[in-house]
Write a protein that binds this ligand. Structure first.
Ligand code: SAM
Length: 220
């Protein structure tokens, strides 16, 4: 990811991160040379952490709360780069609707850089034996329903009621970019596990794509 960002060149750029969570990557974008960085997320609690982190790091990032689909029109056409990283597309029931957001936020010639989990990972149950037993269709069209909170560590997760994880095959990601008028410049499938340790067994042997980098550009 860092190499891809350096290849694009962040110097003097105005960067947005969609679904930025606690803002650690938004802050890193400024550490890599961005002139300004704005993180958007629906969670006020995560954005409080993000503001605290940015203060500690001495980086003047801006954090905006709300549903990404409803980002205010004042931001339209203002960003040189929009970044989306691991764990965002699963929240999105409709990728075409989601991709319309970076498409309007980018200035003409601006880019989107996506570093996400590869949908192949959804074929398998976490921590199952054997790890590579296919349990779900790659073309599954219903979301996974979870009952426990999503936690980053391996500790206990409290029961929070139903939440949904939407599965999008690679073709859907690519088609949604094309549909939003964004021209693909780079697509790289990678064997690296960028998710939780639950995927470590899948990553062993580096047999499967577990993540990808996808870069696209808005026309001038
Ligand atoms: C799993 S986190 C991953 C974010 C980031 N890649 C990271 O690693 O920290 C997903 C984030 O998306 C946010 N999110 C999900 N749906 C959203 C929506 N419709 N609008 C804004 N934020 C959303 C959640 O609040 C959460 O912080």
């Amino acid at each position: 990811m860092e190499d891809a960002l350096r290849a694009i060149g962040l110097e003097h750029s105005n960067v947005a991160q969609l679904c930025c969570n606690n803002g650690r990557e938004t802050v890193s974008l400024m550490n890599l040379g961005a002139r300004a960085a704005t993180g958007f997320d629906q969670s006020e609690a995560f954005l409080d952490q993000a503001r605290e982190l940015a203060r500690t790091a001495g980086r003047a990032c801006r954090f905006v709360a709300g549903d990404v689909h409803a980002i205010d029109a004042q931001y339209d056409g203002s960003f040189d780069l929009v970044v989306v990283t691991i764990g965002v597309f699963g929240w999105m029931p409709d990728l075409a609707r989601f991709m319309a957001v970076p498409a309007r936020l980018l200035r003409p010639g601006g880019r989107i850089l996506i570093h996400e989990e590869h949908p192949v990972a959804n074929l398998f149950e976490p921590k199952q034996e054997p790890p590579l037993l296919v349990r779900h269709s790659y073309f599954r069209d219903t979301p996974f329903v979870g009952e426990n909170a999503i936690v980053y560590g391996d500790g206990p997760a409290p029961r929070v009621g139903p939440h949904y994880w939407f599965v999008h095959p690679m073709s859907q990601v690519i088609e949604s970019l094309i549909g939003a008028g964004l021209a693909i410049e780079r697509f790289q499938e990678l064997p690296d596990n960028i998710s939780t340790t639950a995927h470590d067994a899948l990553a062993a042997g580096r047999l499967l794509p577990l993540s990808y980098l996808l870069q696209a550009r808005k026309s001038l």
